[in-house]
Ligand binder design. Structure first.
Ligand SMILES: [Ca+2]
Ligand SMILES: [Ca+2]
Length: 91
């Protein structure tokens, strides 16, 4: 039984570990975009069941790919903890 309703997926935990600090949506998108064409395909989301399960929902324009805006709109809340949402001016 798959349960794609987890609020934090294994993929995002991996992003968190890789970022070594608060991970950003950009970090997650870059890692997920395996072929670095600037979009995430359904195949690229297969690394995580929970992301794959929400692909259609996230693909707002039904292009078959997620751009960074679509990805952020759907998954940002799972990456950026609401308790640490203060904007950091440090880049
Ligand atoms: Ca890609
Ligand atoms: Ca799209």
């Amino acid at each position: 039984m798959k349960t794609p309703t987890l609020s934090v997926t294994l993929f995002f935990l991996a992003v968190n570990a890789r970022a070594q600090q608060t991970p950003s949506v950009e970090d997650a998108f870059t890692i997920l975009d395996a072929n670095r064409d600037g979009e995430v395909s359904i195949q690229e989301t297969q690394v995580d069941d929970a992301i794959a399960a929400r692909f259609a929902e996230a693909d707002a324009d039904n292009s078959g790919f997620l751009d960074s805006d679509e990805f952020a709109a759907t998954f940002a809340a799972q990456i950026e903890s609401p308790t640490e949402s203060q904007k950091s001016p440090v880049h």
